[in-house]
Design a protein around this ligand. Sequence first.
Ligand code: MN
Ligand code: MN
Length: 469
Amino acid sequence: MTKSKFARLQEKLVIKQKSAWNNFNEKQRQSIFSFCEKYKEFLNEAKTEREATETIIKAAKAKGFKELESFDSLSPGDSFFYNNKNKSVVLGIIGEEAEFNMTGAHIDSPRLDLKPRPFYEDGNLALLKTHYYGGIKKYHWFETPLAIHGIVIDKNGKKREIKIGENEEDPVFVISDLLPHIGRKTEEKSVREAFEAENLNVIIGNIPIVKDDKIKEKIKLGILSILNEKYGIIEEDFISAEIELVPATKARDVGFDRALIASYGQDDRSCAYTTLKALFNSENRKKTRLAFFYDKEEIGSVGNTGAASQLMERVVEMILRKRNSKKTANEIISKSIVISADVTSAFDPSFAGVFDAKNVNKMGGGVAVEKYTGSGGKYGASDANAEYISFITRLLNENDVCWQAGEIGRVDEGGGGTISYMIAKYGCDVIDMGIPVLGMHSPSEISSKADVYSAYLAYKAFFNTANTE
Ligand code: MN
Ligand code: MN
């Protein structure tokens, strides 16, 4: 039967809402599933920015990447890493021509940090006071088993790593919530009032160290004594320490068809992992390829490890010097093409009202291309140029990568930002492109494996291209 004129017209003119799953044959689907097994391992291994930096450098070294400072000069084909204070990292492969293809993802995620003086004792319990990091819904963190990750520096300046709660036999740490039986008044409060930040106190012990009534805070003392025995640290050392509480859970498959992944930290380690893999598996003789893995995105990209720092200029400058180039970092970056690789929201059928159903990314709809993020009338958005968006979407089509385009939610419903505007200040073309997730910033963010793989293919096509228009 031949298609009607209008069926042909529809096929030619109208956007098709595809499922990325249908873009892959049976063999490719197997590749997706094995790719995501490694991805889940990465999520479990790299739960903090420090751990992600370490894991990325380890993977780079295994691929033959060497420390940038160790090169006297750089030639096409050389691959390097630049470790920025153990909390952000840049990987690069040198090409013949001057312009760069660059991606930027972030490796910090919302969590609970310890306050400088976290230890106290109350109600026969030893507890830790926390200060949340990034935008969290505080109630998610009550009654979620937590693990402690981080570093403490002792009196002699020796760095001690702490990681408790990840092994089956480890203890975990929990913030208690009020029982429903006596929670009536709390339930009448607004969510913000019912779950206060100052109630995010973590239970860490219950045994008094002695019977002696002259000794104060015997349970807290017992905990400090355990920590001193194990790590040689004292209470004062926690003033300088960086200790983060993250969900103690592991990345798991979701659904009877195992199509989805639930895990902490997929914002933005999903894009960190896929840009990392894309860089490793890319080929491009002409262009220098750089992958940035930033810290501090969740609190505004500030600090000397965030995207608002001069890390990008510094690394590009170092490359130029080692290539005996007379060009400035600014000149090079302004002519480069960049992808801000960050997650975005996916349509949630249970909360349909906050989305514009006609302009939203769907789970399994492929990698999400976003012209702008921001909130309240594109405020704070980088707003990519038409020419560059067209360049990127043509690149995706040529490489048969399934993609979709949407906004984070309804206009004036809220919004969010990425690092793209901080990179756009150099004058380069930059666009947000990443994986749609459900429950972003929760302890159990959900992604679709087809989108994770589509993002990987998209970033690989981007690293591979020698074109800029
Ligand atoms: Mn993000
Ligand atoms: Mn975020």
